[in-house]
Write a protein that binds this ligand. Structure first.
Ligand code: GLN
Length: 544
């Protein structure tokens, strides 16, 4: 069975199309269907790897090392769809391969055009995901952007063709719109009517509408929308603003029978929905007692999406540890400017204002680094739980070099090429390791944890598979002095050549990893390291 669901958006962006697509995926999986998720991004970048987190939020990394759009992170958190390079299609990739074929003369003298050549390339990428595994049932294709955008036209045209070629029962269109509320509390359906008209002009009649609205739409409003849009009123759904968590959306849709209507339209018989993991997750949400305050010390603090997977993983960990996690976002440049980090990190403040843990996430570039080093030193000396991810681990090593070993200029060669103590460096700068090249380490690889470490206690097994995205490494030249002065090297690559995890001695929980565990965390199964970090923060708080 190969069915397609195309999810498009109208009226404006940021309506939660990714969450809607993922929630529908979760519901179909709960009925035993094999779901694959694909994101089509109309931007011309070949991938998200070169985009600033300020522009487009975090870069989500897949097992095979693709640097993709953050929506793939939503898919990973809500569904079990395998995700790789193939699940993220951008205009840049599509044009790149069509132009390469043209240069190779593969179009045999024909004029190369958007239709059919660009649309064929889009279709072949979607079909490739569908055919990846003979057991695939449904491919959910989310089309980025808003109907009416110039950039998304080829993707919508490819969707139209696939719907036409597959037949109505095999491919449907789900369109997400906004129902705004105007003064006086009145809900307005007109933008939705126009948005569906724009879809119809593209040759696509939406089969299902999901209306983002502040409250549940009543029956007369749904009937009115149905009348104006040619969509059956039973196929008009509301994605209302929940005051709990986005992870309730699958249940919100289930209660409205979204999955039943979608399956009926595609002629699919399915077994009963098994939503127990989602309900018990919501029970854990409601049962949380108290909170922990976690300071995130980074440099892209204004945009929530810049550290999206980290924030989500903290939330998942809170669910497992029975506490709410309050995120305290701290711009590391602020710490750079102060001689009194306590005033920002609050060791001496009342419990209400105190930070119970510090997390330094991944990042690139020099700005704000010394503020992060201050945060590390503060957490280390005040025995506050600390979690360093990628750059956050490198920061721990720099802090140790500067403040424990007394090398004032200890640094990463990413930030200071002239440092006499380059404790973090490119591999080729380290004499004893060769053959790694100066390229980014990207994607899944194996880490082996040492006995008697926090990392082993978290994963409960020594062979760990997580994803990387970095260029610089703990310098082996300093391994001996670092460990002899007490810094624990807690995990390595299987050949022992690279340090993957460091831990502070005599500290409740101070740990940094060179990989990114946040990418594999789910609301129904938190990342082990995030879980233990939040548990340590919770225990520290209750002791105070
Ligand atoms: N900038 C560092 C490196 O390239 C850390 C990267 C990261 O945190 N993802 O090694």
């Amino acid at each position: 069975m190969n069915k397609f669901i195309f999810i498009s958006g109208g009226v404006c962006s940021s309506l939660g199309k990714g969450v809607a697509a993922s929630s529908l995926g979760a519901l179909l999986e709960s009925r035993g269907l094999n779901v694959r998720m694909v994101k089509c991004d109309p931007y011309i970048n070949v991938d998200a790897g070169t985009m600033s987190p300020y522009q487009h939020g975090e870069v989500y990394v897949t097992d095979d090392g693709a640097e993709t759009d953050l929506d793939l992170g939503n898919y990973a958190r809500f569904t079990g769809s395998p995700l790789s390079r193939a699940n993220s299609v951008t205009t840049g990739q599509v044009y790149e391969s069509v132009i390469r074929k043209e240069r190779e003369g593969r179009f045999l003298g024909r004029c190369v055009q958007v239709i059919p050549h660009i649309t064929d390339e889009i279709k072949s990428r979607i079909l490739a995901v569908a055919r990846e595994d003979p057991d695939n049932d449904v491919v959910i294709v989310e089309i980025g952007g808003t109907v009416g955008d110039i950039e998304s036209i080829p993707f919508l045209e490819a969707a139209r063709q696939l719907i036409h070629e597959s037949g109505k029962a095999n491919a449907i269109s789900v369109h997400l719109t906004l129902i705004p509320e105007v003064a006086g509390g009145e809900l307005k359906t007109k933008p939705t009517q126009h948005s569906v008209k724009a879809m119809q002009e593209m040759g696509i009649q939406p089969d299902v509408l999901i209306c983002r609205a502040p409250v549940m739409l009543d029956e007369p409003t749904r009937r009115k929308i149905a009348l104006f849009t040619n969509v059956e009123s039973e196929a008009v759904f509301t994605s209302y603003d929940v005051d709990t968590t986005i992870y309730e959306i699958p249940i919100v849709f289930f209660d409205q029978k979204l999955d039943q209507v979608v399956l009926k339209k595609m002629g699919v018989e399915s077994r009963h929905a098994k939503l127990a993991p989602w309900y018990s997750m919501m029970d854990r949400f409601a049962g949380r007692k108290g909170k922990v305050r976690i300071g995130i010390v980074g440099k892209y603090m204004e945009l929530h999406d810049a550290y999206k997977s980290v924030y989500e993983a903290l939330f998942h960990a809170g669910l497992e540890c029975g506490v709410a996690v309050e995120l305290v976002k701290i711009d590391s440049t602020r710490l750079e400017e102060t001689d009194n980090p306590d005033s920002i990190l609050g060791a001496s403040s009342a419990a209400e204002a105190r930070l119970d843990g510090i997390l330094v996430p991944g990042g690139f570039g020099q700005r704000g680094i010394n503020g992060m080093v201050k945060a590390s030193a503060w957490a280390r000396t005040n025995k506050v739980p600390y979690f360093g991810i990628c750059l956050g681990m490198q920061i721990m090593v720099i802090d140790w070099g500067r403040h424990v070993l007394g090398w004032e200029d200890a640094d990463s060669t990413e930030f200071d090429q002239d440092s006499k103590h380059p404790v973090i460096s490119l591999l080729e700068e380290q004499v004893d390791v060769k053959n790694y090249g100066g390229t980014m380490r990207l994607g899944k690889s194996e880490t082996v944890a040492e006995p008697g470490t926090h990392i082993l206690a978290a994963y409960k097994e020594k062979n760990i598979w997580e994803r990387h995205r970095h260029r610089y490494e703990f310098s082996n030249k300093y391994r001996k002095e670092m460990t002899e002065s007490g810094l624990k090297t807690a995990a390595f690559t299987p050949d022992g050549s690279l340090v993957e995890c460091v831990e502070w001695p005599d500290h409740p929980w101070g740990l940094g990893v060179q990989f990114h565990p946040e990418f594999k965390s789910k609301p129904t199964a938190a990342s082990p390291l995030f879980r233990d970090f939040i548990a340590a923060a919770r225990d520290a708080r209750s002791c105070n």
